[in-house]
Design a protein around this ligand. Structure first.
Ligand SMILES: *Cc1c(COP(=O)(O)O)cnc(C)c1O
Length: 329
């Protein structure tokens, strides 16, 4: 596209970012489209570090004490990947224990923070997950926000998967407390149905994307252009060229409207509930958890194993059976 058209996409990006900030209960802030949720999560980790240690941008890691990131043991693997890529190191990610449904235990979070501090290390960021990848669990955001306030920690919410509930009046309470987050990841290419890739990173801090990433390349971001240079949002990205990922989301949102998107989310959760109920009363299927979201975790128990003692040996055999193509009876 030409430079005359570029501002149109920036305008779309601003519009959609503001809309999504509003849905997350944030009255202002900033955001950027990223090539996937893993990268959005990296933005969260980097901003947390830059906020706490502004000198990091120039001086790098050698200027800092050992940093720690707290994330639940069910958190997405991109947190570890991000920690490796950004120079924190995978060991800096401290796993926090979860309850049986996969939600972060805040008493454990508190314990872990104390433990980190007692070793002279610096906790910088807590990553909460809204909609874990395997169990579909939503971490208790309000309680986590209280702990982050108390210890002055950045709270990043990985709602790559679960963010869609913010579109639903009925289900948005799963993420109550999101309005207290410092940043969040939301992938419209998941439940909202946008085409891959479409991921948004949002933050309540208006200036942090720019502060953390800008280098002010003079050949690109000259102040004397023929259009309003506040449209030059490129400097807050860690990329140079970017795909116009906002376009497909903007077009989809315009054509479906808030109502259709809300209906799709409500319908997905209704279908999940229906499937869970069917599974609970269908012979040979064992529902393992009442679902919080659309992830249904179950075992299929073949007829030959149905009335046997369910000891460890049985479980080992079952886990092999589920991998085999079974003749259904
Ligand atoms: C899918 C997912 C991601 C990663 O998103 P990509 O767009 O695949 O990089 C991160 N976190 C959670 C919770 C996810 O479900």
């Amino acid at each position: 596209f030409t430079y005359e058209v570029a501002p149109v996409f920036t305008l779309m990006e601003k519009y959609v970012v503001n809309k999504m900030l509003g849905l997350a209960g944030l009255s202002s802030g900033d955001g950027i489209f990223c090539p996937g949720g893993s990268i959005s999560n990296m933005y969260g980790l980097n901003l947390a570090r830059c906020k706490r240690f502004p000198e990091f941008k120039m001086d790098g890691m050698t200027s800092l004490p050992p940093l720690r990131i707290l994330a639940s043991e069910q958190a997405h693997f991109s947190i570890k990947k991000g920690a490796a890529f950004l120079g924190f190191g995978t060991k800096s990610v401290v796993p926090v224990k979860c309850d049986v449904r996969g939600r972060m235990l805040t008493s454990e979070l508190e314990k872990n923070i104390q433990m980190i501090k007692s070793k002279g290390e610096e906790p910088v960021c807590v990553v909460a997950t809204s909609g874990t990848t395997v169990l579909g669990a939503f971490d208790p955001l309000c309680e986590i926000a209280d702990i982050c306030d108390e210890h002055k920690l950045w709270m990043h919410v990985d709602s790559a998967w679960g963010g869609a509930v913010l579109l639903s009046k009925k289900h948005r309470e799963l993420m109550s407390g999101i309005e207290r987050a410092d940043s969040l990841t939301w992938n419209p290419h998941k439940m909202m149905g946008a085409l891959n890739q479409c991921s948004v990173f949002l933050t309540r801090h208006k200036d942090m994307l720019t502060k953390s990433h800008s280098t002010g390349a003079e050949y690109l971001f000259q102040p004397d252009k023929c259009y309003d240079v506040t449209f030059d949002t490129g400097d807050k990205s860690v990329q140079c060229g970017r795909k116009v990922d906002v376009l497909k989301l903007w077009v989809m949102w315009k054509s479906k409207g808030d109502k259709q998107l809300e209906k799709a989310v409500d319908n997905a959760l209704d279908c999940a509930k229906y499937l869970a109920n069917r599974m609970a009363d269908t012979e040979g299927f064992r529902l393992l958890l009442q679902p919080e979201f659309t992830n249904i975790c179950f075992w299929y128990i073949p007829p030959s194993m149905r009335n046997e003692k369910e000891d460890e040996g049985w479980k080992t055999r079952l886990s092999k059976t589920n991998r085999l193509k079974e003749k259904r009876v």
